[in-house]
Design a protein. Structure first.
Length: 107
């Protein structure tokens, strides 16, 4: 067991909320996760800080193993977002997150 196993789950429970995730061609489901409209800083593959200014969705990879570009989320703010990019968080934990960059969808 890694030192940080379980931390992503704790963070999502404390700082997150239910987000409705709809995979392309799939059935919508609620996922406890963290949605942010404000810019966030993450680390790139080389460990350098990178600022993401697009809205983001941080979610446990095991909860959305099929997550892909074009999937949709509805975070409960009356807006819908399409996933534009999926990036691993860099954690080796069993419950590691992925970070999804989003684009607002106007339907």
């Amino acid at each position: 067991m890694a030192l940080f196993d379980g931390m992503a789950s704790v963070l999502a429970e404390v700082f997150g909320s239910e987000v409705v995730y709809t995979p392309s061609g799939g059935v919508p489901r609620s996922v406890q996760s963290i949605f942010r409209e404000q810019p966030i800083e993450v680390q790139d593959q080389d460990g350098h800080p990178v600022l993401i200014t697009a809205p983001t969705w941080r979610v446990r990879k095991d909860l959305v193993p099929e997550v892909a570009r074009g999937d949709r989320i509805a975070p409960g703010n009356g807006k819908t977002y399409a996933i534009h990019n999926v990036t691993p968080s860099g954690s080796a934990a069993a419950d590691a997150n992925v970070i999804c960059e989003l684009e607002r969808v106007f339907e």
